[in-house]
Every structure is written in structure tokens, then in C-alpha cells.
Design a protein around this ligand. Sequence first.
Ligand SMILES: [Fe+2]
Ligand SMILES: [Fe+2]
Length: 198
Amino acid sequence: MEAGQTAVGADHAKFREMKEGTQEDWSIISKHYMEFASDLPDRVLTHLKLLEGDFGGFPVCRMEHSLQTATRAHRDGRGERYVVMALLHDIGDTLGTYNHPEVAAAILKPFVTEQEHWICQHHGAFQGYYFFHFLGMDKDVRDTFRDSPHFDACAEFCEKYDQAAFDPDYDSESLEFFEPMLRRVFAKPLSSMYVSDD
Ligand SMILES: [Fe+2]
Ligand SMILES: [Fe+2]
């Protein structure tokens, strides 16, 4: 359906305001929601591919950086959720130009542990340890988070995988390699206000 069109017929809710909604309306919407939700991994993969060829002056493009970060985490024995977090940690670069870690963290939040989410959400500040001083900024801005139980884990992610993933000669795994992993992680949320536990 084109943007701006209205929907009529048995496969669409009939309310004009949400407060008029009926059980029948929401049965229809729920069915569509389940179908839409099952396509999430495809939408994530499509969006991740937007990073292909986007160098921004770096030695590798953002897609290679993402693959390399995930590959380094995988080869270091990290679990699937962690590796998928590593793969997607910069997926927000396209739309979250001024807050990319938060975009990735929001996408990942239902599917990863609290610590993995925290790492993703704060990796921008922690990456700054390696370059903020070249931009007239405070390289130690990560110290703001010293009291967090996740400080060391985030510092480790950046040291071992993120800041290390700009090598054009590294033999990263392909996106196809990570795709089954991503589909397994995104198959069912660990937590979501829209999905019950049973
Ligand atoms: Fe980043
Ligand atoms: Fe990164």
C-alpha cells in the first residue's frame, strides 16, 4: 500500500480512533504484527547492508568493520548474542549520526543480555578512549561510567574487538556466515512489553 492510502476490508481494523477498537480489530492487527515481527531479521540485514562501501575516511568500510568486529568476537569464543551485538553495534550509523550506539542498542535490547545491551549503548564513549584526544575531546570520558558493573566488559569489547577492527588485511567472515546466528538470536525476544513469556 502506498503511503497515505486508507485500508478497507475484512483484513483491516475498522476503528477511526484507537479508543473505538474491538477484539476483532485487534485480532486482525495481532495477526499482521506476528507476520511483520517474523520479518525483523530480514529488515535488520537489509539495513546493515547500507554500511557496505561507506568508508567515512576509515581504512575499511563500515560493513567490513562490523564483520571484523563480529569475527574477532566469534573467534575469541563469545556467544551468539554477543557476536550478533558486535555485528550490529554500528548499524545506527546511517540514521543515528549523532547517537549511533543508542540506535543499535534499541534494536538489540529485546534479544541480548543486560550487559550486552549496555556494552552496545555505551561503546561510543568507550571507543573515545582511542581517539577523542585527536578531536580536542576528553579521551577519558568513559570514566563517567566507572561505577557501572559493566564498565570492564565494555572496555574489553572496545579494546579486543571494536577498536581493533579496522585492518584491511584481516580475513573477516562474510555476512552470510553470521546470518543464521542473527536469525536465531532475533527469533524470539528475551524480553519485550509486546510479547508474553508463555
Ligand atoms: Fe560505534
Ligand atoms: Fe565500531
